[in-house]
Design a protein around this ligand. Sequence first.
Ligand code: 1PR
Length: 583
Amino acid sequence: MSSKVAYVLDVKSGNLQSLQNAIEKVGFEFILIETAAELRAAIASEACQKLFLPGVGNFGHFMRQINQLELREPILEYVASGKALMGICVGLQALFNNSEETNNLVDENSDADGLKLINRTLKRFDDTEKSVPEIGWNSVIPAPGTEAAIQGKDLYGISESRKYYFVNSYASILTKEETELAKQGRSTEITGFKDCEIALTTYGSETFVSAISKGNVFVTQFHPEKSGNAGLKVIEAFLNGNKYTEPAAIPEGVKVQHGFTRRVIACLDVRANDNGDLVVTKGDQYDVREREVDGSGNPVRNLGKPVEMARKYYEQGADEVTFLNITSFRNSPIADLPMLEVLRQTSKSVFVPLTVGGGIRDIVDPSTGNLVSALDVASLYFRSGADKVSIGSDAVYAAEAYYARGEKGDGTSPLETISKAYGIQAVVVSVDPKRVYVASPEDAPANIKVIPTKYPGPNGEKYVWYQCTVKGGRESRPIGVYELVRAVEALGAGELLLNCIDKDGSNSGYDFELIDLAKSAVAIPVIASSGAGVPQHFVDVFEQTSADAALGAGMFHRGEYTVNEVKSELMKNGIATRTDTGL
Ligand code: 1PR
């Protein structure tokens, strides 16, 4: 009997590329199961001993897919067979009775009932005290009194000293009384968890169940396939059937900080150079060409190769890597096969979330003349290994149309179609604003939020508004950042990548006024971008704003600082950060 085989159930809800890469990385063969008949054959087959049930996005859509593919019964039969099952994210949630997520659904493509193996309802995080979705790295701690805790072992390689990557708005949140019971080592008395070993995670003031082991079933709310080295160890432990593993050694000098961390993201602006090769580039205020010397022209600044640089940043401990295909507003990504290849190659060795942006919009395929929808473009990126897509220009048009319709979407914008198909966590909106100074709020266009600024304009103007741009900052639009981010959140954005053209490449630190403005408008996470020049700037942005993540580009690409150095600076200042370097 071959034991080096992992079966994966594809319920056609999201992208399985990352999981495939992770399974192959730990030395197992990946076999996809797509139908009820295939699942039944697997149950009968000796070769199938380990099955994954991965899921992303919306609980109701996931259950609808399971029902439509007639997988509900075979999944329950698989569980009853005693073979090992590992559910991930919505694959954990599917075990529950139901989810608040389906309460208000007017969407006929959703089913409300889970598999009912755990007698509880999933609830939404309280977004009045924290960003929702929870996107980022958090600790997973076995509940006291569970077998793993008693034996002083790790449950399927999950280590208290490491961090795991979460993306969720809903969870099995414990009440205050249940949290108390868990702390007293009485978690089996909590409704639904009688025969379970559970592990807990705290987000804001809420504690939720982030991993459950129940007989042959093991499920995690976090994404092990995106949790760097820490996550690979969990997948490996499951596949090798190692339920209780020796606790991970804590590297010398590393102080374990429990809890949710703010993310450090390395961003690679990628474009073709004048020879047609894809290079990582970086300029200031969005100008990426070198200054002309001796009549040599002004070539695109070439800072390195995208795949190598992404891997380097992963190894340095970057929590995420973002690729922005900065010229794709001109070139179709369909024609841009090298970018897809960059993603394919990167995702084989980089096990943290990968975002790709640039050119996510409805386009005409230059080779066939056929219209390709933004959803198809995004699918192409997801299939090549991206976990999130970032929409720039098109999100500005969608926001403008939203206000023109009286604050309503019509379901057709790329933002809406992609987030409906893949879940809001898969859609980032990248914003490219410029400061516009005004002497008084009345001088700004109507219905635009104007704020007083500590940094007056060239003529002493004491107010500012942030004007959104499209096409890589080349064209300004009549919409402000505050208005834009509210609209894109309503349309289905799960996160904001907040650039600032004035600060880009300046090495002078982030624009806190802009970050505060965006944070005051939305509950979704905000990634601060533009202006990072030294590690202290990351400390400053996390201490002085509630930014959820901070992104750096030039300072890393020019080799001035490593991601590690940023993380050390954060730790020194008592800011929780992920220290697992992914090696
Ligand atoms: O409009 O959907 O095709 O997306 C185009 C994407 O490309 C947008 O996300 C836009 O921000 C980006 N983009 C377009 N032109 C440029 C350019 O630089 N000429 N890059 C560009 C923007 C933004 C950051 C940058 C930070 C940090 N780059 O990612 O790396 O500003 O830099 P720093 O740390 O060195 O200061 P669409």
